[in-house]
Design a protein around this ligand. Structure first.
Ligand code: CMC
Length: 426
């Protein structure tokens, strides 16, 4: 039997020359294409890929997605198993260090994160400076960047001990900053972190405790539900914000600056903002009898069904399946969010409609997550902030993988220049 050759034969019809380009791991190296030239002086062939839709920018051992089959795994473990059996902090450890922590490693990990949750009093003053109607995501982005000025040693990114310290700090302080942003906007007194609570119970306490002198018991069901939501959002391989984290990290900037940039990318409505759009759409429909009109408008191409469709998943988004079930567990504690009925009906109608079947459009992670956040009492503008807290684990894992990967270089793409040819001032 003939041995399969791991290469690509190309003929450049401009010159008639043939080339053999190696294939490794199902990919050709874009720099190998550069060898295809018109003449010695020619720069060589470029790959044009706006949106990087068919460009692998790294090798990664962190997250695996099979969009055709609706599969999502972190470090090999199916997301369903992790969501059911692990805590967010265990999953964060898994993403960052490659294996689930042993019992003692988990204890140490928890201790390290719990003991970095306090933010410097000057950071609190920094948050105080924001206007009363500032978007909490703007506060988060700026405050993450400001942290780099408090920890200047963080720029020693190749020192493992220093790196670990910043990992603890970013995972620990992001929920505190997020909660302080929320309280600042309400003019409510800040609630300091409570080291006796779990990661998500502490966050709920910092957000919802009415005042430092008033009692508030975070509901364990809600804390657990938030923990699961954080697991589901913890990483999603080379999405926009993660790519930004890697790009900034590739210049060897400190992780606070890189995380601020990643959060800025997440802020965009095409990325972390879709769940907000879902809530707005469901609020606009209000009742199930308005669904046929919406579907009609979608099919006529006048609008999109928010929370439906995904660039990668072409069958059901596995995260959406878990979230849908979670919603009912949350409603046992909170009041039922009436939008869930509209959402369920909408899903059913859409999934039996030829338009959606043909285009393989299914609910994505954002279709149900906003409904849960809203039922828990979070205002819509906090949704991307919640996403950022969860995604911090993935950003840090990908950042670390990037800077330790000897194949990686500063990210510096090429362009196809379309401006004027050389010209001169009159
Ligand atoms: N509603 C109606 N039609 C849709 C939708 C939708 N939500 N999504 C895609 N289509 C149609 C689209 O009009 C096109 O039809 P045609 O072939 O007739 O022109 C076809 O499906 C393919 O769409 P596309 O725009 O080429 O798909 P894409 O992979 O570029 O876009 C998407 C993916 C997620 C941006 C898109 O599905 C969308 O806009 N969805 C709504 C917004 C949303 O829910 N975003 C959250 C994504 S999940 C969060 C995350 O992981 O970051």
């Amino acid at each position: 039997m003939e041995v399969m050759k791991e290469s690509l034969s190309v003929v450049d019809n401009r010159t008639g020359r043939s080339y053999e380009v190696l294939i490794r791991d199902g990919a050709v190296k874009a720099s190998d294409i550069r060898g295809i030239k018109l003449s010695e002086r020619d720069f060589g062939l470029l790959c044009y890929d706006p949106g990087l839709v068919n460009t692998a920018i790294c090798r990664s051992g962190i997250t695996y997605i099979d969009g055709e089959r609706g599969v999502l795994r972190y470090r090999g473990y199916p997301i369903e198993e992790l969501a059911e059996r692990c805590s967010y902090l265990e999953v964060a450890y898994l993403l960052i260090y490659g294996e689930l922590p042993s019992r003692s490693q988990l204890e140490e990990w928890r201790w390290n994160i719990t003991h970095h949750t306090i933010i410097h009093e000057n950071i609190k003053k920094f948050i105080d400076g924001f206007h009363y109607d500032a978007h909490p995501m703007g506060i988060l982005i700026s405050t993450l960047a400001a942290l780099s000025t408090f920890y200047p040693e963080s720029r020693n990114i190749f020192d493992e001990e220093v790196r670990n310290k910043q990992i603890y700090r970013l995972l620990a302080k992001t929920p505190t900053i997020a909660a302080f942003a929320y309280r600042h906007l309400r003019g409510a007194p800040y609630i300091y972190p409570d080291n006796d609570l779990s990661y998500t119970a502490n966050f709920l306490n910092m957000v919802f405790r009415p005042a430092p002198n008033m009692r508030y018991e975070p509901d364990p069901v809600l804390a657990k539900a938030l923990d699961v939501l954080f697991i589901l959002h913890a990483d999603h391989e080379q999405n926009c914000s993660t790519t930004v984290m890697r790009a900034v990290g590739s210049a060897h900037s400190d992780p606070y600056s890189a995380a601020a940039a990643a959060a800025a990318a997440l802020y965009g409505p095409l990325h972390g903002g879709a769940n907000e759009q879902v809530i707005r759409m469901l609020q606009e429909i209000k009742s199930v009898d308005r669904i046929p009109q919406l579907i009609k408008e979608v099919k006529e191409g006048r609008r999109r069904l928010m929370g439906f469709g995904h660039r990668v998943y072409k069958s059901y988004d596995p995260r959406a399946r878990i979230i849908k079930k979670l919603a009912y567990e949350v409603f046992e504690v909170t009041e039922k969010n009436p939008l869930i009925d509209v959402a369920m009906e909408l899903e059913q109608i859409a999934l039996s409609d030829e338009y959606f079947i043909q285009r393989r459009l299914y609910p994505n992670v954002d279709f149900y997550s906003g409904i849960i956040y809203q039922a828990m009492g979070f205002p819509i503008e906090m949704f991307p902030v919640l996403f950022a807290i969860a995604r911090m684990a993935g950003w840090l894992a990908q950042w670390q993988e990037q800077i330790l990967d000897p194949e990686q270089r500063i990210i510096r793409p090429r362009q196809i220049y379309t401006g004027p040819a050389e010209r001169h001032l009159e």
